[in-house]
Design a protein. Structure first.
Length: 356
């Protein structure tokens, strides 16, 4: 018999009318209260089917663990989980380094989970972190399945992400807009006539959509043409055919009235685009200029060095970790989050517009 579905959780005193408690969740799911505790705290084994039923019952009943239920988590694992949207993107390295340094300073280990830009993978990774009995979770970027995160929070796991600091998130978005405007000022001063934003299939949501709107507005205000090119047919999860990308970019840049600037919507997409430009034998910046969001050592070392709009993800990671440590009682003073503004870094990949 599956130990996680051994008996219904209806034993003991009936719950008070009008208030949902763990016994009602157990009864709805058809499992024991012990199984509900194991699923919602991530401490102890439970089958996939029992886990599914308990989470569904808790959501249907609007159950949130009480303070006494949360006390089940008082035995600390001294582990902090970090959920990253895509570890292939090197811009997250300073973020992870800052989280690790802050956590280790207070005796916590860090487990990193890569969501691989997939809601299904993200859910599996969150379940894995829960099974590791993490004490808290740092979320880098926008989650693909926020409901799954909310269920983890309902089980008593402190979670911090950028959206938890709404004022700071607004300030970060504003600083990105200022950096985009600085980049477009530079492009206009160099005589550029048209910008193409190159994006993957995920560009319709979150930060990618915000960047698209910011560039669209900034180019329009400066009399620069703007196109948004979605590459989901030739780019999939970081894997692509360089020949296909090269053919597309060659046709785009060399068409009449084509863009004089190619702007990558994400740092993880940029190597694919640069490979395509090399395949198409398009010289940067002589035939077209190139810039991207996010920075990394390879972007500065590339020849020509890549111009970027970037922020200090290390300071953000440190601030988010300090906020979690305060909630865990590891630090005694509530931290202040000082937003380091995004900035435009002009390098040699952006040059004068080519002659018509």
């Amino acid at each position: 018999m599956d130990p996680s579905t051994d008996r219904p959780g209806t034993e003991g005193k009936a719950p008070s009318p009008g208030r949902t408690d763990i016994r009602q969740v157990a009864a709805r799911a058809g499992v024991s209260t012990a199984t509900v505790s194991r699923v919602l705290t991530g401490r102890g084994p439970a089958s996939a089917e029992a886990t599914r039923r308990v989470r569904a019952a808790a959501e249907e009943l609007g159950y949130s663990p009480s303070a006494s239920a949360s006390s089940l988590r008082t035995e600390r694992s001294m582990i902090i989980g970090v959920l990253v949207p895509n570890l292939a993107n090197p811009v997250y390295l300073p973020f992870l380094r800052a989280v690790e340094h802050r956590a280790q300073r207070h005796g916590y280990a860090v487990i990193v989970a890569d969501a691989q830009r997939s809601p299904e993978v993200e859910r599996r990774q969150l379940d894995r972190l829960s099974a590791q009995r993490i004490d808290a979770l740092v979320v880098a970027g926008r989650p693909r399945d926020p409901d799954h995160l909310r269920r983890l929070a309902a089980a008593g796991v402190p979670i911090v992400d950028a959206e938890a600091f709404s004022a700071q998130a607004d300030a970060l978005a504003a600083s990105t807009g200022q950096a985009v405007e600085s980049a477009c000022d530079d492009l206009a001063a160099r005589g550029h006539r048209r910008v193409a934003l190159l994006a993957g299939g995920s560009s319709r949501r979150g930060a990618a959509r915000t960047r698209w709107r910011l560039i669209e507005a900034a180019t329009r205000d400066r009399g620069i043409g703007f196109d948004r090119v979605v590459l989901e047919d030739v780019v999939e999860a970081g894997r692509s055919d360089g020949t296909a990308i090269g053919a597309l970019l060659g046709s785009l840049v060399r068409s009449p009235g084509g863009p004089t600037v190619l702007w990558s919507s994400s740092h993880s997409l940029s190597p694919t685009l640069l490979e395509g430009l090399a395949v198409a034998d398009i010289a940067i910046p002589d035939e077209c200029s190139f810039l991207t969001f996010g920075d990394s050592p390879w972007a500065a070392a590339y020849r020509p060095a890549i111009s970027v709009v970037t922020g200090d993800l290390g300071s953000i990671g440190a601030a988010m970790t300090e906020a979690l440590l305060y909630r865990l009682g590891a630090v005694g003073t509530a931290p202040e989050w000082r937003v380091e503004p995004d900035r435009y870094v002009a390098r040699r990949s952006v040059g004068p517009a080519p002659a018509s």
